[in-house]
Design a protein around this ligand. Sequence first.
Ligand code: SF4
Length: 329
Amino acid sequence: MNIFSYQQASDAVSAITMKKAGPAAKYLGGGTNLVDLMRETVEQPEMLVDVTHLPGNIEQRADGSLLIGAAAKNTALAAHPAVRSDFPLLSRSILAGASAQIRNVATVGGNILQRTRCRYFYDNAARCNKRQPQAGCDALEGFNRYHAILGASDSCVATHPSDMCVALVALDAVVHLQGPAGGSSMPLAELHRLPGDRPEIETELQPDELITAIEIPPLGFARRSTYRKVRDRASYAFALISVAAALDIDEGGKVRDVRLALGGVAHRPWRAMKAEAALKGQVAGTEGFRAAAEAELADAVALSENGFKIELAKRTIVAVLDELKGDNA
Ligand code: SF4
Protein backbone atom coordinates (compact mmCIF):
# COMPACT_ATOMS: atom_id res chain seq x y z
CA MET A 1 0.00 0.00 0.00
CA ASN A 2 1.26 3.48 -0.86
CA ILE A 3 1.64 6.24 1.70
CA PHE A 4 -1.37 8.57 1.70
CA SER A 5 -2.75 11.45 3.76
CA TYR A 6 -6.17 11.53 5.39
CA GLN A 7 -8.71 14.28 6.00
CA GLN A 8 -12.19 14.16 7.44
CA ALA A 9 -14.93 16.30 5.89
CA SER A 10 -17.89 17.64 7.85
CA ASP A 11 -20.05 18.58 4.86
CA ALA A 12 -20.20 18.08 1.10
CA VAL A 13 -18.73 21.46 0.17
CA SER A 14 -15.67 21.00 2.40
CA ALA A 15 -15.26 17.43 1.09
CA ILE A 16 -15.13 18.73 -2.48
CA THR A 17 -12.71 21.50 -1.54
CA MET A 18 -10.40 19.00 0.18
CA LYS A 19 -10.52 16.58 -2.73
CA LYS A 20 -9.84 19.27 -5.34
CA ALA A 21 -6.82 20.45 -3.32
CA GLY A 22 -5.33 17.00 -3.00
CA PRO A 23 -3.48 15.45 -5.88
CA ALA A 24 -5.01 12.07 -6.78
CA ALA A 25 -7.45 12.23 -3.86
CA LYS A 26 -10.36 9.81 -3.32
CA TYR A 27 -13.48 9.97 -1.23
CA LEU A 28 -13.54 7.36 1.53
CA GLY A 29 -16.79 5.79 2.74
CA GLY A 30 -16.69 2.62 4.82
CA GLY A 31 -13.58 1.58 2.92
CA THR A 32 -14.75 -2.01 2.47
CA ASN A 33 -13.78 -1.98 -1.22
CA LEU A 34 -11.39 0.95 -1.63
CA VAL A 35 -9.01 -0.18 1.12
CA ASP A 36 -8.84 -3.67 -0.42
CA LEU A 37 -7.97 -2.07 -3.75
CA MET A 38 -5.31 0.05 -2.07
CA ARG A 39 -3.77 -3.00 -0.44
CA GLU A 40 -3.51 -4.60 -3.88
CA THR A 41 -2.13 -1.27 -5.26
CA VAL A 42 -4.91 -1.24 -7.86
CA GLU A 43 -5.94 2.09 -6.33
CA GLN A 44 -3.11 4.39 -5.26
CA PRO A 45 -4.66 7.62 -3.91
CA GLU A 46 -2.34 10.15 -2.35
CA MET A 47 -5.10 11.47 -0.12
CA LEU A 48 -8.33 10.09 1.32
CA VAL A 49 -11.20 12.44 2.13
CA ASP A 50 -13.39 10.71 4.69
CA VAL A 51 -17.05 11.44 3.93
CA THR A 52 -18.58 9.15 6.55
CA HIS A 53 -19.49 12.15 8.74
CA LEU A 54 -21.74 13.63 6.08
CA PRO A 55 -25.50 13.14 6.50
CA GLY A 56 -26.64 9.55 6.78
CA ASN A 57 -30.25 10.11 7.82
CA ILE A 58 -33.03 7.89 6.48
CA GLU A 59 -36.28 9.80 6.23
CA GLN A 60 -39.69 8.72 4.96
CA ARG A 61 -41.77 11.61 3.69
CA ALA A 62 -45.53 11.99 3.86
CA ASP A 63 -45.96 10.79 0.26
CA GLY A 64 -44.15 7.53 1.04
CA SER A 65 -40.88 8.42 -0.68
CA LEU A 66 -37.56 7.83 1.05
CA LEU A 67 -34.57 10.14 1.30
CA ILE A 68 -31.37 8.37 2.30
CA GLY A 69 -28.18 10.22 3.19
CA ALA A 70 -25.25 8.71 1.30
CA ALA A 71 -23.35 8.09 4.54
CA ALA A 72 -26.13 5.83 5.89
CA LYS A 73 -24.77 2.42 6.77
CA ASN A 74 -26.03 -0.55 4.78
CA THR A 75 -27.21 -2.22 8.00
CA ALA A 76 -29.23 0.83 9.03
CA LEU A 77 -30.97 1.00 5.66
CA ALA A 78 -31.82 -2.69 5.60
CA ALA A 79 -33.22 -2.53 9.13
CA HIS A 80 -35.20 0.69 8.76
CA PRO A 81 -38.91 0.01 9.47
CA ALA A 82 -40.10 1.93 6.40
CA VAL A 83 -37.73 -0.01 4.15
CA ARG A 84 -38.76 -3.34 5.62
CA SER A 85 -42.47 -2.63 5.24
CA ASP A 86 -42.69 -0.53 2.07
CA PHE A 87 -39.65 -1.64 0.06
CA PRO A 88 -38.83 -5.20 1.18
CA LEU A 89 -36.87 -5.89 -2.00
CA LEU A 90 -34.37 -3.24 -0.91
CA SER A 91 -33.99 -4.64 2.59
CA ARG A 92 -33.55 -8.17 1.23
CA SER A 93 -31.03 -7.09 -1.39
CA ILE A 94 -28.81 -5.45 1.21
CA LEU A 95 -29.03 -8.44 3.55
CA ALA A 96 -28.04 -10.70 0.64
CA GLY A 97 -24.77 -8.81 0.24
CA ALA A 98 -21.41 -9.21 1.97
CA SER A 99 -21.41 -10.05 5.70
CA ALA A 100 -23.00 -8.43 8.74
CA GLN A 101 -19.62 -6.97 9.73
CA ILE A 102 -19.13 -5.38 6.31
CA ARG A 103 -22.71 -4.08 6.15
CA ASN A 104 -22.16 -2.41 9.54
CA VAL A 105 -19.43 -0.15 8.15
CA ALA A 106 -20.23 0.07 4.42
CA THR A 107 -22.08 3.22 3.38
CA VAL A 108 -24.88 3.49 0.85
CA GLY A 109 -22.83 5.87 -1.32
CA GLY A 110 -19.86 3.53 -1.21
CA ASN A 111 -22.01 0.54 -2.08
CA ILE A 112 -23.15 2.31 -5.24
CA LEU A 113 -19.57 3.14 -6.25
CA GLN A 114 -17.93 -0.19 -5.40
CA ARG A 115 -15.92 -1.67 -8.22
CA THR A 116 -16.13 -5.00 -9.99
CA ARG A 117 -14.83 -8.12 -8.30
CA CYS A 118 -13.39 -9.52 -11.55
CA ARG A 119 -10.31 -11.36 -10.27
CA TYR A 120 -8.11 -10.06 -13.08
CA PHE A 121 -8.90 -6.48 -12.07
CA TYR A 122 -7.33 -7.19 -8.67
CA ASP A 123 -4.32 -9.04 -10.09
CA ASN A 124 -1.58 -6.69 -11.23
CA ALA A 125 0.05 -9.54 -13.16
CA ALA A 126 -3.06 -9.99 -15.35
CA ARG A 127 -4.15 -8.03 -18.41
CA CYS A 128 -7.10 -5.79 -17.60
CA ASN A 129 -8.41 -2.90 -19.68
CA LYS A 130 -10.24 -1.48 -16.69
CA ARG A 131 -7.09 -1.26 -14.56
CA GLN A 132 -4.76 -0.39 -17.43
CA PRO A 133 -6.47 0.87 -20.61
CA GLN A 134 -5.47 -0.95 -23.82
CA ALA A 135 -3.76 -3.75 -21.85
CA GLY A 136 -6.22 -6.46 -22.92
CA CYS A 137 -8.71 -8.56 -20.97
CA ASP A 138 -7.72 -11.90 -19.50
CA ALA A 139 -11.30 -12.67 -18.51
CA LEU A 140 -12.37 -13.13 -22.14
CA GLU A 141 -10.59 -16.49 -22.34
CA GLY A 142 -10.10 -17.07 -18.63
CA PHE A 143 -12.20 -17.49 -15.51
CA ASN A 144 -15.45 -15.83 -16.51
CA ARG A 145 -18.12 -17.78 -14.64
CA TYR A 146 -19.28 -14.61 -12.86
CA HIS A 147 -19.02 -12.34 -15.86
CA ALA A 148 -21.50 -10.47 -18.02
CA ILE A 149 -24.05 -11.90 -20.43
CA LEU A 150 -25.68 -8.57 -21.35
CA GLY A 151 -24.23 -5.27 -22.53
CA ALA A 152 -20.59 -6.39 -22.49
CA SER A 153 -17.89 -5.51 -25.03
CA ASP A 154 -14.65 -6.94 -26.35
CA SER A 155 -12.89 -4.59 -23.93
CA CYS A 156 -14.56 -5.74 -20.72
CA VAL A 157 -17.02 -8.39 -19.58
CA ALA A 158 -17.08 -7.51 -15.88
CA THR A 159 -20.24 -7.26 -13.80
CA HIS A 160 -21.29 -4.69 -11.23
CA PRO A 161 -21.14 -6.40 -7.83
CA SER A 162 -23.81 -4.54 -5.83
CA ASP A 163 -27.02 -6.24 -4.72
CA MET A 164 -28.50 -3.04 -3.28
CA CYS A 165 -28.19 -1.22 -6.61
CA VAL A 166 -30.30 -3.86 -8.36
CA ALA A 167 -33.21 -3.13 -6.03
CA LEU A 168 -32.65 0.63 -6.24
CA VAL A 169 -32.72 0.55 -10.04
CA ALA A 170 -35.98 -1.42 -9.95
CA LEU A 171 -37.37 1.30 -7.68
CA ASP A 172 -36.43 4.17 -10.02
CA ALA A 173 -34.09 5.60 -7.40
CA VAL A 174 -32.52 9.00 -8.02
CA VAL A 175 -29.03 9.98 -6.85
CA HIS A 176 -28.42 13.49 -5.56
CA LEU A 177 -24.98 14.85 -6.34
CA GLN A 178 -22.82 17.72 -5.21
CA GLY A 179 -19.98 18.91 -7.39
CA PRO A 180 -17.70 21.92 -7.73
CA ALA A 181 -20.38 23.61 -9.86
CA GLY A 182 -23.25 22.89 -7.44
CA GLY A 183 -25.94 20.28 -6.87
CA SER A 184 -27.68 18.05 -9.40
CA SER A 185 -29.46 14.71 -9.59
CA MET A 186 -29.85 11.82 -12.02
CA PRO A 187 -31.64 8.46 -12.15
CA LEU A 188 -29.46 5.75 -10.66
CA ALA A 189 -30.14 3.72 -13.81
CA GLU A 190 -28.12 6.34 -15.72
CA LEU A 191 -25.21 6.59 -13.28
CA HIS A 192 -23.37 3.37 -14.18
CA ARG A 193 -22.04 2.92 -17.71
CA LEU A 194 -21.70 -0.07 -19.98
CA PRO A 195 -18.04 -0.78 -20.74
CA GLY A 196 -17.86 -0.05 -24.47
CA ASP A 197 -14.23 0.65 -25.34
CA ARG A 198 -13.64 2.68 -22.13
CA PRO A 199 -14.24 0.23 -19.28
CA GLU A 200 -12.07 2.30 -16.96
CA ILE A 201 -14.86 4.93 -16.94
CA GLU A 202 -17.55 3.32 -14.82
CA THR A 203 -19.98 6.11 -14.02
CA GLU A 204 -21.27 9.41 -15.34
CA LEU A 205 -19.93 11.25 -12.29
CA GLN A 206 -17.95 14.38 -13.09
CA PRO A 207 -14.53 15.00 -11.51
CA ASP A 208 -14.81 15.55 -7.73
CA GLU A 209 -18.59 14.99 -7.79
CA LEU A 210 -19.94 13.36 -4.66
CA ILE A 211 -23.11 11.34 -4.08
CA THR A 212 -24.90 13.05 -1.19
CA ALA A 213 -28.25 11.24 -1.06
CA ILE A 214 -30.48 8.67 -2.73
CA GLU A 215 -34.18 9.25 -3.20
CA ILE A 216 -36.73 6.52 -3.74
CA PRO A 217 -40.07 7.72 -5.11
CA PRO A 218 -43.27 6.30 -3.64
CA LEU A 219 -44.40 2.96 -5.09
CA GLY A 220 -47.37 1.42 -3.32
CA PHE A 221 -47.12 -2.02 -4.83
CA ALA A 222 -43.47 -2.34 -3.77
CA ARG A 223 -44.87 -3.74 -0.53
CA ARG A 224 -45.20 -6.93 -2.61
CA SER A 225 -41.64 -7.21 -3.75
CA THR A 226 -38.63 -9.37 -3.23
CA TYR A 227 -34.99 -9.97 -4.10
CA ARG A 228 -33.55 -13.36 -4.92
CA LYS A 229 -29.84 -13.99 -5.28
CA VAL A 230 -28.42 -17.16 -6.82
CA ARG A 231 -24.80 -17.77 -5.87
CA ASP A 232 -22.25 -20.51 -5.39
CA ARG A 233 -22.62 -20.59 -1.61
CA ALA A 234 -25.28 -19.45 0.81
CA SER A 235 -23.52 -16.36 2.15
CA TYR A 236 -20.66 -14.00 1.46
CA ALA A 237 -20.62 -14.62 -2.28
CA PHE A 238 -21.38 -12.40 -5.23
CA ALA A 239 -24.39 -13.06 -7.42
CA LEU A 240 -24.28 -15.37 -10.38
CA ILE A 241 -27.76 -14.03 -11.06
CA SER A 242 -30.04 -11.90 -8.95
CA VAL A 243 -33.55 -10.61 -9.51
CA ALA A 244 -35.30 -7.67 -7.85
CA ALA A 245 -39.00 -7.52 -8.57
CA ALA A 246 -42.29 -5.92 -7.54
CA LEU A 247 -45.56 -7.09 -9.05
CA ASP A 248 -49.05 -5.60 -9.10
CA ILE A 249 -51.89 -7.77 -10.39
CA ASP A 250 -55.41 -6.47 -11.05
CA GLU A 251 -58.71 -8.10 -10.13
CA GLY A 252 -58.82 -9.83 -13.51
CA GLY A 253 -55.49 -11.54 -12.93
CA LYS A 254 -53.52 -9.33 -15.31
CA VAL A 255 -50.29 -7.51 -14.62
CA ARG A 256 -51.19 -3.91 -13.80
CA ASP A 257 -47.60 -2.89 -13.13
CA VAL A 258 -44.24 -4.53 -12.57
CA ARG A 259 -40.67 -3.61 -11.74
CA LEU A 260 -37.86 -5.97 -12.63
CA ALA A 261 -34.08 -5.65 -12.48
CA LEU A 262 -31.22 -8.13 -12.73
CA GLY A 263 -27.85 -8.36 -11.02
CA GLY A 264 -24.77 -10.37 -11.97
CA VAL A 265 -25.49 -9.96 -15.68
CA ALA A 266 -23.87 -6.70 -16.78
CA HIS A 267 -21.41 -3.90 -16.10
CA ARG A 268 -24.26 -2.05 -14.43
CA PRO A 269 -27.40 -3.03 -12.52
CA TRP A 270 -29.74 -4.12 -15.31
CA ARG A 271 -33.29 -2.79 -15.45
CA ALA A 272 -35.30 -5.37 -17.38
CA MET A 273 -37.35 -2.97 -19.49
CA LYS A 274 -38.13 -5.49 -22.23
CA ALA A 275 -39.52 -7.96 -19.73
CA GLU A 276 -41.54 -5.25 -18.00
CA ALA A 277 -43.05 -4.18 -21.34
CA ALA A 278 -43.87 -7.79 -22.21
CA LEU A 279 -45.60 -8.35 -18.87
CA LYS A 280 -47.82 -5.27 -18.57
CA GLY A 281 -51.43 -6.00 -19.39
CA GLN A 282 -50.80 -9.73 -19.80
CA VAL A 283 -52.24 -12.53 -17.72
CA ALA A 284 -50.00 -13.10 -14.70
CA GLY A 285 -48.83 -16.67 -15.02
CA THR A 286 -45.80 -18.83 -15.59
CA GLU A 287 -46.25 -18.86 -19.36
CA GLY A 288 -46.23 -15.07 -19.60
CA PHE A 289 -43.41 -14.79 -17.09
CA ARG A 290 -41.29 -17.13 -19.20
CA ALA A 291 -42.06 -15.17 -22.38
CA ALA A 292 -40.99 -11.96 -20.66
CA ALA A 293 -37.76 -13.58 -19.46
CA GLU A 294 -37.05 -14.82 -23.00
CA ALA A 295 -37.55 -11.28 -24.31
CA GLU A 296 -35.13 -9.80 -21.79
CA LEU A 297 -32.42 -12.38 -22.42
CA ALA A 298 -32.80 -12.50 -26.20
CA ASP A 299 -29.58 -10.52 -26.71
CA ALA A 300 -27.58 -12.38 -24.07
CA VAL A 301 -24.13 -13.55 -25.14
CA ALA A 302 -22.28 -16.34 -23.35
CA LEU A 303 -18.57 -16.51 -22.62
CA SER A 304 -16.64 -19.78 -22.33
CA GLU A 305 -17.75 -20.53 -18.75
CA ASN A 306 -20.97 -18.62 -18.12
CA GLY A 307 -23.47 -19.89 -20.70
CA PHE A 308 -25.52 -21.45 -17.91
CA LYS A 309 -26.33 -17.97 -16.61
CA ILE A 310 -28.68 -17.25 -19.52
CA GLU A 311 -31.07 -20.04 -18.61
CA LEU A 312 -30.47 -19.42 -14.91
CA ALA A 313 -31.53 -15.80 -15.33
CA LYS A 314 -34.73 -16.83 -17.12
CA ARG A 315 -35.63 -19.40 -14.50
CA THR A 316 -34.91 -17.01 -11.64
CA ILE A 317 -37.13 -14.33 -13.19
CA VAL A 318 -39.98 -16.84 -13.56
CA ALA A 319 -39.52 -18.19 -10.03
CA VAL A 320 -39.53 -14.73 -8.47
CA LEU A 321 -42.62 -13.59 -10.41
CA ASP A 322 -44.41 -16.84 -9.54
CA GLU A 323 -43.63 -16.17 -5.88
CA LEU A 324 -44.93 -12.62 -6.07
CA LYS A 325 -48.05 -13.77 -7.89
CA GLY A 326 -48.76 -15.99 -4.91
CA ASP A 327 -48.33 -12.98 -2.64
CA ASN A 328 -50.87 -11.09 -4.77
CA ALA A 329 -53.50 -13.84 -4.45
FE1 SF4 B 1 -10.50 -6.20 -16.56
FE2 SF4 B 1 -13.04 -6.07 -17.32
FE3 SF4 B 1 -11.46 -7.85 -18.43
FE4 SF4 B 1 -12.12 -8.13 -15.85
S1 SF4 B 1 -13.51 -8.24 -17.58
S2 SF4 B 1 -10.09 -8.38 -16.79
S3 SF4 B 1 -12.28 -5.98 -15.22
S4 SF4 B 1 -11.24 -5.62 -18.58
